[in-house]
Design a protein around this ligand. Structure first.
Ligand code: NDP
Ligand code: CA
Length: 313
């Protein structure tokens, strides 16, 4: 018998008003099937645990457990045959942007390129517009992308934007990530400026950068007035969780904080965040495993609109 999925509790960060409906957002790098089987080298994860026919249900179980209103995924290489149709049957509308030259394509028997996908509850929100962004660095196009959507709440009429991205991986690429982050901020700002009124923003991503990297600073100090939602979990309110991914490769064990949910500080309040599983829950072989399908943990936040935002940026 297989071990159960780790149980995680929500930590309430604020007494939320009942009349103010929350928007639940999920950020998750789900691990591309082609990379997990063909490139990553997760030496302590049995190949059997990566079998797509079963693993896809563990990914969907994670989504269904928390039922987010908005789901932001990276490393999606089964959009057309799995996530688009299944999520549609669960009430989500979606948009997928593949990487121009996905590393999945190098893997024998791959299912096409991986990319970023954004899903939203189509009963709750109306899609006003969507952009697929290719990130540049120093005016040169890179292999990284983002999806940005403008949504309107069907009940309250409130408008906001949400974006999902996946920055360049690996050490040695810190300067490139910094430039990609700067370019993403610039492109987001340009799209926001086309709106008739100031609208708040949520940006979910696997930034492939620890909080001490340049790109993190760029987001924290950006003119968009962003803050990182998981900082609210910490005692001092400004420390990120100690890990969002934990894996063992031939090169050794790697425990790092790479995933973030940024939000407009003066536009939303963070009402609750899903706590991270403990080291014991993750287990000695780390991730992925039979009980958790990705090497990255999901991040989930409940936001509510600040009723009368004075200045967003
Ligand atoms: P990245 O370097 O950003 O990483 C791709 C994936 O590799 C990510 O999903 C990342 O996961 C994962 N990864 C990170 N660290 C490791 C590791 N130590 N071992 C194995 N996997 C790891 O990809 P790029 O978009 O820059 O593409 C790189 C690859 O794509 C090239 O090696 C090449 O094969 C192909 N490519 C080909 C081009 C062409 O013209 N033919 C052009 C560009 C790319 P995570 O984010 O979870 O850390
Ligand atoms: Ca990966």
């Amino acid at each position: 018998t297989r071990p159960p999925r780790p149980h995680r509790d929500f930590t309430r960060t604020r007494a939320s008003a009942k009349h103010n409906p929350q928007i639940r957002v999920m950020q998750w790098n789900i691990l591309a099937q082609a990379l997990g089987e063909g490139k990553d080298g997760f030496v302590r994860c049995p190949m059997e645990a990566l079998n797509w026919a079963e693993r896809k249900y563990l990914i969907l179980e994670e989504i269904l457990t928390y039922r987010p209103d908005i789901v932001c995924l990276q490393e999606v290489d089964h959009y057309y045959d799995t996530f688009q149709p299944v999520m549609s049957s669960l009430g989500y509308q979606s948009s997928f942007c593949p990487k121009p030259c996905s590393p999945c394509l190098d893997v024998r028997g791959n299912n096409g390129p991986d990319g970023c996908a954004l899903f939203f509850n189509r009963e709750r929100f109306r899609l006003l517009d969507v952009h697929h962004l290719r990130l540049s660095a120093m005016a040169i196009k890179t292999n990284q992308v983002a999806v940005m959507a403008t949504l309107q709440c069907q009940v309250t009429g409130r408008v906001f934007c949400v974006a999902v991205t996946h920055l360049k991986a690996r050490s040695g690429w810190e300067t490139l990530r910094g430039a990609q982050g700067a370019n993403l901020l610039q492109q987001l700002k340009a799209i926001l400026s086309t709106q008739q009124e100031a609208v708040p923003l949520v940006v979910c991503g696997d930034f492939n950068a620890e909080p001490d990297e340049e790109v993190y600073r760029r987001f924290l100090d950006s003119p968009l007035g962003l803050d990182s939602a998981y900082r609210t979990l910490s005692a001092d309110g400004s420390t990120e969780p100690s890990y969002t991914t934990w894996k063992i490769r031939p090169s050794g064990e790697s425990r790092s904080t790479l995933d973030y949910v940024w939000y407009t500080r003066n536009g939303f309040s963070v009402d609750a965040v899903l706590s991270m599983p403990s080291e014991e829950q993750i287990g000695p072989d780390r991730l992925p495993s039979y009980h958790y399908p990705s090497d990255h943990l999901s991040l989930i936040c409940d936001f509510s609109f600040i009723q009368e935002p004075h200045r967003l940026m």
